[in-house]
Design a protein around this ligand. Structure first.
Ligand SMILES: [Cu+2]
Length: 125
């Protein structure tokens, strides 16, 4: 796509530049998943918790992890918590999980109020 017509005033191209900069800085502030334990699509011994590491500190009131079993039923009754030492980490304590496939659903609200979400699965041996 041709963004800048050379016959137009330079003012327009600087407006494009400012918009691009704003997009870049707000995108940077979103909390994205860095890694998780268990990792996505792994087969593991029954874990004691799900831990997810994010790129940004989270807003505890609006961020959460839930775990569903293969039938879509909630598999972890406890509430997830943002780590008190490192707000970029969120934990979901787990009961003793039986063998099977589990789906993790997460919602992360960064301190700038922007919300990201995602899903991944792991299997308990
Ligand atoms: Cu953001």
């Amino acid at each position: 796509m041709k963004l800048i017509n050379l016959s137009r005033p330079a003012r327009l191209s600087s407006a494009f530049g400012a918009a691009a900069l704003m997009l870049a800085s707000t995108a940077f502030a979103h909390a994205h998943l860095v890694s998780s334990e268990p990792a996505a699509n792994t087969e593991v011994a029954a874990p004691a918790e799900v831990t997810i590491h994010f790129t940004e500190p989270l807003e505890p009131a609006f961020s959460k992890i839930v775990l569903d079993d293969a039938k879509g039923k909630t598999a972890a009754p406890a509430a997830s918590q943002v780590d008190k030492q490192d707000a970029r980490v969120m934990h979901l304590p787990l009961p003793q999980l039986g063998a099977g496939r589990y789906a993790v659903h997460w919602i992360a609200v960064a301190t700038d109020g922007h919300r990201t979400q995602g899903d991944f699965a792991f299997t308990v041996k």
